[in-house]
Write a protein that binds this ligand. Structure first.
Ligand SMILES: Nc1ncnc2c1ncn2[C@@H]1O[C@H](COP(=O)(O)OP(=O)(O)OP(=O)(O)O)[C@@H](O)[C@H]1O
Ligand SMILES: [Mg+2]
Length: 288
């Protein structure tokens, strides 16, 4: 189920699969996730989709250690993510770019990206504050990497610009760059193109493709933009009311009757690209 995906012939050698097994999360009487299992192959772009309230953000919160699963396991190689705290999950190479931009608007792009490198800093605050040679060398190395990652996301000329004055599309790319600055092996992207115009969306899609091919890391994408999901993802997991209702290639899930029913019946804006030409034309059944 989790065969490695070829990425220009090179996937990071230390890249394990992510395995979600029988995960359930409850909030009082609400079952936000019920017995959900899926695997993300090394080097894959794996989308998690579903109507509003399906449990997508809850799944991301489990993967990043914000919520504890009531049942089930999450494994990333040898690491049991379900038993770890958020900073430990970051240490094993899982980084998350947030849906709502979590940047400091008054600080420059470079300063925001530098924050992403904190957990990689060895010299410590004291020696950095005293400007000891080791700290200075290390600081320079981090600065170079930050500049590289900014360049990679088309932000090279904005390194010294306060984040608050950037366009929305640029800010979302800074958020992705900040996550990349932690040197992740698995990148979690929560609705990276929400609220973007068509041009910004296309630019972000290109950036995601490049991240995968240049860095050879795995990416999980929660996204409502079906055009983007279907063009980017190698595999798609579909949630509805906390249950997994489909898991397959974009072509497979697009034509899956249960997926079509979930979207048509949800009152969500129906995206015609999800409803393939050869899909059944029966009227949607009313939802429970
Ligand atoms: N902290 C919480 N406390 C109580 N209920 C919660 C909490 N977080 C999520 N839920 C509930 O769990 C269910 C799944 O929510 P979740 O936010 O994971 O959905 P989603 O798929 O991300 O939806 P959207 O597409 O709207 O972002 C919903 O019924 C939601 O109200
Ligand atoms: Mg959500």
């Amino acid at each position: 189920m989790s065969e490695a995906v070829e990425v220009d012939g090179q996937i990071r050698a230390d890249l394990p699969p992510l395995e979600v097994e029988h995960v359930s999360v409850r909030f009082g009487a609400i079952k936000a996730l019920s017995d959900v299992s899926f695997a993300v192959a090394p080097g894959a772009i794996h989308a998690v989709i579903g109507p509003n309230g399906a449990g997508k953000s809850t799944m991301f919160n489990v993967l990043s250690g914000v919520y504890k699963a009531a049942e089930g396991q999450v494994r990333f190689g040898d690491a049991r993510l379900d038993r770890m705290r958020p900073y430990q999950i970051a240490d094993v190479g899982v980084a998350r770019a947030f849906q709502n931009i979590a940047l400091s608007g008054a600080q420059s792009v470079a300063e925001n990206l530098m924050l992403g490198r904190h957990h990689l800093t060895r010299a410590g605050f004291l020696s950095a504050g005293l400007r000891l040679p080791r700290a200075t060398r290390e600081g320079r190395r981090h600065g170079e990497r930050v500049a590289e990652i900014a360049e990679f996301l088309d932000l090279g000329d904005k390194l010294h610009t306060p984040v608050g004055v950037l366009s929305y599309g640029d800010q979302k790319r800074v958020e992705v760059a900040r996550a990349l600055c932690t040197e992740p092996r698995l990148l979690l992207l929560d609705e990276p193109v929400a609220g973007m115009n068509a041009e910004e969306t296309e630019r972000m899609a290109d950036a995601i493709r490049e991240i995968r091919s240049a860095l050879g890391i795995s990416i999980i994408l929660v996204e409502h933009d079906m055009g983007m999901v279907m063009s980017l993802a190698d595999r798609v997991t579909v949630l509805d009311f906390g249950r997994l209702i489909a898991d397959g290639t974009p072509a497979e899930v697009q034509t899956d009757p249960e997926v079509i029913r979930a979207y048509l019946g949800s009152g969500n804006e129906t995206d015609p690209s999800l409803v393939a030409a050869d899909a059944p034309t029966d009227p949607p059944e009313s939802r429970p």
